[in-house]
Structures are given as structure tokens and as C-alpha cells.
Design a protein around this ligand. Structure first.
Ligand SMILES: [Zn+2]
Length: 864
């Protein structure tokens, strides 16, 4: 499974023969690499020139060209991006190293495993081995510098013969991903060229630069929902096991010119302390090298905290990989900017005032800032990192082995010893999905061949076990346990110090999977599982029909499969008994007699592995689900939540139509839609959009007051309007709903909850909460909590509430009392229709599997 095909099909033998010829030639003509085409000749301009961006197809061609010209590079297409562009990996090293690539790769894997070396063999291996370094460029496509600099970096590493570059070639195997987001580069380049020399030059695109997830494409590193994520994840934890990983980004331009580690507090306690030192050391070495070349404005130990995992270099921290973030100040894409010294600002984590500081000894003083500057900083930072790897490769290789074997040992000797995933689950399919995600992240998963007891709890055969004695212990533990973000204040009694991104992410909580931590040593007959996959269920003999359990999030995939095939689907309002078990309200039914139902049932079992239960007779409270005409609101704000919503809806088979401002403003919405869903977007943005003059006119403005009126008319005429989280403010006051937002006016010093998981009580009899457990968990990120104002006119039906205490399950919560017993989700009747209010983020980057059902239930509301 872990094998990778040779880098170049068929070319291997020829290459080796060629290399021996070259080795002979080298003695006579040392400068043989001069036949490699330089980037300026190939692209027809100097990369980094003002107003010019190289496009992805040209960059791909350039990499293939130098691959054909040099034996110091091998270029491979790893696969296709979301929109079908080639996704490249360039392997760069000395010709001798590339000729023995397989040997270095398997050594790298063995070191990452933390097993199998005696002290002596380890010394020999690290002396012989090469540091494997991954550099990925411009995952955020508007941060253009990384990708634009990548041909220059490759060319220099291949052709330069300075002692430094030779040292890098001899000791390092560089894995270069010239673009982590080729689709994005193509979009950004097209947009930039189109509006160059117009008032909208370098304006923000009205859509996402990753088709589904935009800027959140680097928040997908453990969930791995997107194609690009999967490709890089394979390089990291299945194929190459690099010891060092630099992810090249750009940041705002109000202060420093480049950030490199150390990171800022708080520190996630699961990261090996040795790795923390290595990350800081590497970053400081880079900073020193940049300073030695007189590059001003290098900042360390600021802005970015060492807590969150979820970004690619950051998952590295939990896999013993030295994960380095570099962030260079941005220009306006390829358009230069001019900044006065008085434009520059401090007052963020790690820099109090804009003046020399220990972590910022040489402030940038202002002036012109252009793409060529960004490329210069990126190139120097990349080479400094590679030189660090070259100079310290033995330590880097040895330390990776040390950390991995320490993790293996620690998992055997100290608690927790394992996380057990019992077969009895609210949603057993989600347990498999969770294990599958862990395995993709390189985690080893076992299952029990026979029953066993751990911490006095008996478990049956077939129970899954994630042992903590494994090289990626930190990763598995961090994803499976609750996070406890420390209470750190900006000053005494002041607001909390917010984490960079989320405070908590516990997978079992988000996916609704029951996991038990084992705190005492235990014995069990365990077998390593190749691939977690739900067993194929049996086809039952239907009486009245097949019942599909609504507790399964995947039940909606089954429903949409059947509806898509034209097969009628029914739902049951009440509890029902089938197959000797009781099922909660909201279960789905395929009737035996309906045309195509048997074929659909077979596909559901085979393709989706969703179990079907024989239903003997017609249950009470059965009603037919109608096909729903769903409108998904897409603003011209490039909303990531809209993109994630789109991905989730497609993944679960919901057909939808995108609804834009013009259509909302035009009205008559009820003629075309049964349900309109507005994702988690600020009400202000929906109403007003981007200001006139900042974007091309067709993308300026929002739905406006007339759009809001049309949405109200849509509901009054029988439509269902679903609003999530921040979009609630669009309807609460403006539509006169008898609810208020409890969190609206709270200051961070009294209430603060950044990206955390809270307990919530669901009413499983409410159609919005069908299939939810009575006590569930929701993802809360500066979210909305409602309070119902008693009203005679309007009926509010509460589907979920926060408990009166102990709300926090993972992450951070300040001021629990402010939202305790508040309403988390509700429906409000208006005229013939309904407004559905979901106050939390029921999607959360496609991680919150257990609450997808709340959104899906809302979509099937009209069929009541
Ligand atoms: Zn970025």
C-alpha cells in the first residue's frame, strides 16, 4: 500500500546509464549544468517583475523542461487538482542522490517509524542518510510569491555551484510543491490580468480561490476532504516522511516583512519538546541568514501561536516533523505598493511598539514594496532552511527517530495507553469514517480478535483500538482527546489571548463517536487493521419496506441516492420498532412495492454501506418526502462557509441552485424554491456586500432592503428560510422575530468562545433534531445564542438548548453563565412558512459530521 511507482515511468534504466556517463564527464567539465534553460528566457520576463504573473501551465512546462535537461531534478504529477489542473512534485538533489532515491526514501520511512535501529546502526544510517525537506508554495493563491519564486529556487539549486548550494544538493533531498493550489493561481492570474490598469486592479475576487474552501484550504489537514489535501498528506505520511516542512505564505503588510518561527504561546502540550526546540532553532537560523544578507523587517516569536493543529505544517508538529511557517508581507498581487513609516503598526502578539526589539531587531522603515521583494525574501528564506537541513542533517535525522521511538515507548509506559472505539455507537458509520481519517493521517489502528477488559470495562471482539504506543502518538492523542486551551489574558482582568484559529477540535466530539480513554495497562489480542471500512450490510427481507436509521449521518446520502433515482422516500414522525429494536422519530422508509426501491436498496447497501432494517408493517406517522428545490445563497464576498456548505451538500447528494444577490433582489422566490439556505455570513455583508468602487460594479452591493423584503415574502408564502449562525442577525430584528441574540453585545472580557465544542441538548421529537442524541455537541465559534421573547403572535419551537452548566467539552469558554440554558436552534412560523435558526456552525469545515443532520433536516422541512 505504501509503495509509490517510480518517479518516471520507463526512464529509470536509461537514467542510470546516463548518470555513469555523466560522472565520468564531471571530472573534465565541472560546469555541465549550464544547458538548463533559465527562467527569464523561458517565461520571457524576469519572474517577480511588476504587474506580471506566470500562469500555472507555463510553470508546469518549465518544470518538465528542466526535468528533461538535468539529472538533478525529477518531476512527477501527483494527480489532478479539484478543477483538473496537474499537481506537481519536483524532487531536487544531487544526481548521485537521485540515482539512489528509493534507498533514501525507505530510510526516511524507517526513521519516522521509531523502530528497528540499534545505536550503532542508527549512527551509520544518519551518516549515510539525507535530510528530506518538503516545501509547499502558495496554498493561498493570492499569496503569489511562493509559486512565482519556485522556478527560480529550482533553477538555482540545479545550476549554482557555490559551496552552499553544493552542500544543499549533497545533503538534502528537496520535495518541492511549486503550487499547493494550481486552480487558485489560474483564477487569480485571470482576474489580475483582466483588471490590470483599471480602477479595479488587484481588487479582491468575488469568489473563492479554491473552488470549495477558499482560504480554508489550509484548514483541511486532518479532515482531508479536498483533493489537494490528500495529495500532500500522502507525500508527508505515506510516501516520503520528510523531517522538515516549510509552508510558504504571505501575510498583511502593516508591520514586519517576514515571519519565521519561533511561534508564540500557548504551546500545545502534545508536541514533543525536542521538536519545539528544532522548530525554533530552524526559524532562528533562517532569521540569522536573512539578516546576514541585510534583509530588514524579519520578525520571530510573534502573531502565530503554537496551539492549533489543522494546517499542514502544523499537523507536522504532531508527526515529529519540523513544521516551519514563513509569511512574507504582501504587495497588491503583482502591483507594487508604497508605505510610509507612519503606515506601519505594532500592537499585536509579540510586538508592542514599532521599534527595534529582541525578536525584531531591524525594523523595516517603509518605502516601495513589490513582488520582486517578496521573491527575494522567499528565495533567501527557502535556501536558508535548506542550508540548515544540509548542515544539521545528522541531528535532524537522529532526532526524528528519537522522537518517534520516544512516542512508542511513552505510549507503553504512561497513560493514556489507548483509545477504544466500541462497536456500540449512536452512528456506527461515523466511527469508521473517523478511523479512516486517522489512518490517512498515518495513525495505526487495531481491532480486537477476542473480547478484552480495559479499565474494568469489558469490550466485545471487533472493538477498534488506537494504541498510544506508536510514532504518531501525539497526533492520535491530540485528535482524540478534549483540548484544554489555557486561560491567558492580554492583561490582568482583560480579554483572553485568542488562539490562532480554533481552540478545540476533538474529532469524536465533532463526529458523534463514542471513544473511551484507557488509563491503565491492559491486555488484548489485537490485529493491525489495513483499512478501516464499514462491513457491507446484509439485505433484509422487507415486509412493508426497508427502514433507514436517521441517527446515521449517511442516511441522508441513502435518501438522496433513492430520490435521485426517482424512488419515493418516506419518513416517520414517531418512534418505531423494527428488527426487535426501537428507533427514534425521523427514520426513513423505502416501500417494498415502489418501483425501483429494491434496486435503490441494493445500491445503498453496496455503495454506501448504510444498513437497512426490515419493516414488517406500515408504521404510524408516515409521510412522503418531496424533492426539495433548494437555493443556496452565494454572496460576492468569497464566503468560505458558503463553499464548505456547497461541498457538504454535494458530498451528501443534495441537488441545489446557487442564488445570487440579483435574483434575491428580483423577488418571486417562492415560484422557484422551497428552501433557501443562507450560510454563516455576517448580516451586514449579505445586505450591503462590497462597497461600490472597490470591485467591478456587477459584484458590488448585497441583497439590500428589497432583497430582505423578498425573503420575508418567500417565507410568508410557504418557503423555508434556513439561516446559520451569523446570518441570524439578518432575520432576528429585521423580520421582527420574537428572539434576541444573547452574544451580540457581550465584550470579550465577559464572554469569549473561539472555535470550541459545547454540549447541547436536542429535542429528538423536533423535526430539526431528528436523529440527534438528547445530549449532543456543537461547534461554537463566536456563535449566536438565542433567547425567546414571549409572544402571542409568533410560535417559536426550540429544537436545541445549551445545558444550564458544564457547557465546555473542548477548547475554551469564558462566561458560561451568559449563554447557559440559551437556545441553540429553533424554528419560527411566519405566514405559511418557517424560518429555521441554527445558531452554531453545523458544518465547521466539514468536520462537524454529527450536526450535519441539523442542516439536512432543515432542508427536508417542507415535506412535513
Ligand atoms: Zn496564507
Amino acid at each position: 500500500v505504501l509503495q509509490q511507482p517510480p518517479l518516471k515511468g520507463g526512464g529509470e534504466v536509461k537514467r542510470k546509464l546516463f548518470i555513469s556517463a555523466v560522472v565520468v564527464l564531471l571530472a573534465v567539465t565541472p560546469v555541465w549544468a549550464q544547458d538548463v534553460t533559465d527562467p527569464a528566457s523561458f517565461f520571457g520576463f524576469k519572474l517577480g517583475s511588476d504587474f506580471k504573473l506566470a500562469d500555472w501551465p507555463q510553470i508546469v512546462d518549465y518544470f518538465h523542461l528542466i526535468d528533461s535537461q538535468s539529472d538533478r531534478i525529477q518531476v512527477k504529477e501527483l494527480g489532478k487538482s479539484t478543477r483538473g489542473n496537474p499537481f506537481l512534485l519536483a524532487v531536487i538533489s544531487s544526481e548521485q542522490n537521485l540515482a539512489n532515491l528509493e534507498e533514501y526514501r525507505s530510510l526516511s520511512r524507517k526513521l519516522a517509524s521509531g523502530r528497528g535501529f540499534t545505536e550503532e546502526a542508527l549512527n551509520e544510517a544518519v551518516a549515510r542518510g539525507k535530510a528530506v525537506v518538503l516545501i509547499t508554495c502558495s496554498i493561498h493563491a493570492t499569496e503569489v510569491g511562493g509559486t512565482q519564486s519556485s522556478p527560480l529556487l529550482a533553477y538555482r539549486l540545479i545550476t549554482d555551484d557555490s559551496p552552499r548550494t553544493r552542500r544543499i544538493r549533497e545533503n538534502v533531498i528537496l520535495l518541492l510543491v511549486p503550487s499547493f493550489n494550481p486552480d487558485g493561481l489560474r483564477m487569480v492570474k485571470e482576474w489580475y490580468d483582466k483588471y490590470l490598469n483599471t480602477p479595479f486592479e488587484a481588487s479582491r475576487m468575488p469568489w473563492l480561490y479554491h473552488y470549495y474552501v477558499g482560504h480554508d484550504n489550509n484548514r483541511d489537514a486532518f479532515m482531508l476532504t479536498q483533493k489537494e489535501s490528500k495529495l500532500v498528506n500522502r507525500v508527508l505520511y505515506h510516501d516520503w516522511f520528510p523531517q522538515l516542512y516549510q509552508d510558504m505564505h504571505q501575510m498583511g503588510n502593516r508591520a514586519a516583512r517576514i515571519f519565521v518561527p519561533p511561534f508564540y504561546d500557548p504551546l500545545n502540550p502534545n508536541i514533543d519538546p525536542l521538536l519545539v526546540r528544532e522548530i525554533s532553532l530552524t526559524g532562528l537560523y533562517m532569521a540569522e541568514e536573512l539578516q546576514a544578507r541585510d534583509l530588514k523587517g524579519v520578525i520571530t516569536g510573534a502573531m502565530f501561536t503554537h496551539w492549533w493543529q489543522g494546517g499542514f505544517l502544523r499537523t507536522g508538529w504532531f508527526h515529529n516533523v519540523i513544521g516551519i511557517l514563513s509569511e512574507v508581507a504582501s504587495a497588491n498581487l503583482a502591483s507594487p505598493i508604497f508605505q510610509r513609516k507612519s503606515d506601519l503598526r505594532a500592537g499585536f502578539k509579540g510586538l508592542q511598539a514599532y521599534r527595534p526589539a529582541v525578536n525584531y531587531p531591524d525594523p523595516w522603515e517603509g518605502g516601495w514594496w513589490r513582488l520582486s521583494d517578496i521573491l527575494r525574501y522567499d528565495l533567501e528564506a527557502g535556501q536558508a532552511l535548506l542550508d540548515f537541513a544540509a548542515r544539521h542533517k545528522e541531528d535532524i535525522l537522529r532526532n526524528m527517530y528519537r522522537m518517534a521511538s520516544r512516542a512508542v515507548k511513552r505510549g507503553k509506559e504512561t497513560p493514556p495507553f489507548a483509545y477504544v472505539v466500541p462497536p456500540q455507537q449512536w452512528d456506527p458509520l461515523e466511527a469508521y469514517h473517523m478511523l479512516e481519517i486517522l489512518q490517512e493521517g498515518g495513525v495505526q489502528v487495531h481491532y480486537a480478535k477476542s473480547g478484552f477488559v480495559a479499565d474494568n470495562i469489558p469490550y466485545p471482539p471487533g472493538t477498534h483500538v488506537v494504541l498510544m504506543s506508536q510514532p504518531y502518538r501525539a497526533y492520535a492523542k491530540d485528535l482524540l482527546e478534549p483540548q484544554r486551551y489555557p486561560d491567558m489574558r492580554q492583561y490582568q482582568g482583560g480579554p483572553p489571548l485568542p488562539p490562532y484559529d480554533a481552540a478545540g477540535w476533538t474529532l469524536p466530539f465533532q463526529m458523534g463517536v463514542r471513544v473511551v480513554e484507557v488509563t491503565n495497562p491492559f491486555k488484548a489480542e489485537l490485529v493491525r487493521l489495513d483499512k478501516a471500512e464499514a462491513p457491507r450490510p446484509h439485505m433484509p427481507k422487507p415486509g412493508f419496506g426497508y427502514l433507514i436509521d436517521t441517527r446515521l449521518t449517511d442516511s441522508f446520502r441513502a435518501v438522496n441516492l433513492a430520490l435521485g433515482a426517482g424512488v419515493p422516500v418516506y419518513r416517520i414522525r414517531a418512534k418505531v420498532r423494527a428488527g426487535g429494536k426501537e428507533f427514534p422519530p425521523g427514520c426513513f422508509v423505502l416501500r417494498r412495492g415502489d418501483r425501483g426501491s429494491r434496486a435503490a436498496a441494493r445500491r445503498i447497501v453496496a455503495e454506501l454501506r448504510v444498513p437497512l432494517v426490515a419493516l414488517k408493517e406500515k408504521p404510524a406517522g408516515l409521510y412522503r418526502l418531496k424533492k426539495v428545490r433548494l437555493g443556496l445563497y452565494q454572496p460576492w464576498l468569497a464566503s468560505m462557509h458558503e463553499g464548505w456548505s456547497r461541498w457538504v451538500l454535494e458530498h451528501y447528494g443534495f441537488p441545489y441552485t446557487l442564488l445570487h444577490n440579483a435574483e434575491v433582489k428580483a423577488g418571486s422566490l417562492r415560484d422557484r424554491y422551497d428552501v433557501i439556505y443562507i450560510p454563516d455570513i455576517r448580516a451586514e455583508g449579505i445586505l450591503r456586500g462590497r462597497p461600490e468602487g472597490t470591485v467591478p460594479p456587477q459584484y458590488a452591493g448585497g441583497i439590500g432592503p428589497e432583497g430582505l423584503e423578498n425573503l420575508r415574502a418567500f417565507v410568508e408564502q410557504g418557503g423555508v428560510l434556513v439561516v446559520m449562525d451569523a446570518a441570524s442577525d439578518l432575520v432576528l430584528k429585521p423580520m421582527g422575530l420574537p428572539l434576541v441574540n444573547l452574544t451580540e453585545k457581550l465584550k470579550p472580557a465577559e464572554f469569549f468562545c473561539p472555535g470550541s465544542i459545547l454540549a447541547a441538548d436536542f429535542d429528538p421529537g423536533h423535526p430539526l433534531a431528528y436523529g440527534m442524541p438528547p445530549r449532543g455537541m456543537v461547534y461554537f465559534s463566536r456563535s449566536t445564542v438565542y433567547k425567546v421573547i414571549p409572544s402571542f403572535k409568533t410560535k417559536v419551537e426550540v429544537a436545541a438548548k445549551y445545558p444550564h452548566k458544564n457547557l465546555l467539552k473542548s477548547g475554551y469558554l469564558l462566561g458560561e453563565k451568559k449563554i447557559a440554558s440559551g437556545v441553540a436552534a429553533a424554528t419560527v412560523g411566519i405566514g405559511k412558512g418557517k424560518v429555521v435558526l441554527i445558531g452554531f456552525d453545523a458544518i465547521n469545515r466539514a468536520q462537524a459530521h454529527s450536526t450535519f443532520k441539523v442542516l439536512f433536516n432543515a432542508i427536508y422541512f417542507p415535506a412535513q
